[in-house]
Design a protein around this ligand. Structure first.
Ligand code: NAP
Length: 293
């Protein structure tokens, strides 16, 4: 057990915030863990569950004296919270986050980082479709990647402290430029969610009997999309609003590929379909080999 921080303040104690609090505690990586959550019931529940040492009434109280502040609220809430807490950040403190888009963090938190405080954004590539403090668990980050995206010129020691924290909770760490992160995640995470939301949306618009049968026979493929499409609406709204360009870019390419498939089906070009499905099967195998399945 290595204590890396004295006081960690987690803003937002939902799925990711409470998982991180549990994992930090289990690793002994902080002396004290406090939280502020806009939903008072969530703060109180986290305290009851023993996930945090204190659930505070305001974000200002939470960040005061903290050497690490982690934003784990939906991304749309960052800028307002940041303006509020900025004057109360301790000199030398590190401000980090877990948000799913990274350029927007530099845009929204960057202007509210005082001289001598270090902004080191991060994104754990781990999650579930559930929300709130009860949904969290300490093992969530075990064996997963966490991507750290420091803005150019960030203090190297601060970057390493954030990387060490993610390693302490079981993750492997990759340091990446924020814009590159957003392009990678647009294809690996954001587009798949958009497709799932669309398929499930289309099915719910079908006429009555057909809709019932979709649910009855969902095990034939639809079910897997419904799990992804059950993800938190606030979080995902904010992801698409904050990674607009990268998502629109991959969506354009996806639409072209879909049109090509549509054409192959229309003209009975089985070879083209077979060739694609063979390539995609190999991708699945490499994900299993990389232990990310
Ligand atoms: P969550 O379970 O809904 O937790 C967020 C918490 O923040 C909730 O308790 C929420 O309360 C509270 N909150 C909302 N607005 C607030 C505000 N303005 N001030 C203070 N508290 C506020 O969400 P999550 O899944 O942990 O996601 C949190 C962050 O993690 C997001 O930025 C997301 O991009 C990132 N992330 C999520 C996943 C995932 O799979 N879920 C994976 C990686 C990263 P209410 O419930 O009452 O709104």
């Amino acid at each position: 057990m290595t204590q890396l921080f004295d006081k960690v303040a987690i803003l937002g104690i939902g799925l990711i915030g409470s998982s991180l609090a549990r994992a930090i505690r289990r690793a002994g990586a902080a002396k004290t863990i406090v939280t502020f959550d806009g939903n008072r019931a969530h703060g109180a529940r986290a305290l009851e569950l023993g996930v945090v040492d204190q659930a505070l009434e305001s974000a200002v109280e939470a960040v005061t004296g903290a050497d690490l502040v982690i934003y784990a609220v939906p991304m749309g809430a960052y800028a307002e919270l940041a303006a509020l807490v900025a004057p109360h950040l301790a000199p030398g403190a590190i401000v980090s986050d877990v948000g799913s888009v990274k350029m927007a963090v530099i845009r929204d938190l960057g202007p509210h980082i005082p001289e001598g405080v270090h902004l080191v954004p991060a994104h754990p590539i781990a999650g579930t479709e559930n929300s709130g403090p009860e949904a969290g668990f300490a093992e969530l980050f075990q064996g997963r990647w966490s991507i750290v995206t420091p803005p150019p010129g960030t203090d190297e020691a601060a970057v390493q402290r954030v990387a060490d924290l993610w390693r302490a909770v079981g993750s492997s760490v990759e340091i990446m430029e924020a814009g590159h992160h957003d392009r990678v995640l647009a294809i690996t995470s954001h587009l798949p969610h958009l497709i799932a939301y669309t398929i499930v949306g289309t099915a719910t618009d079908l006429e009555g009997t057909l809709q019932q049968e979709v649910i009855k026979f969902s095990a034939s493929g639809f079910r897997d999309f419904t799990r992804i499409a059950a993800s938190d609406p606030t979080m995902w709204r904010d992801v698409f609003l904050n990674n607009r360009e990268a998502v629109l870019d991959v969506l354009q390419r996806f639409t072209e590929d879909l049109t090509a498939l549509q054409r192959a089906i229309r003209w009975g070009e089985g070879e083209q379909l077979f060739e694609l499905f063979t390539r995609t099967r190999a991708i699945r195998r490499s994900i299993i080999d990389a232990k990310q399945a």
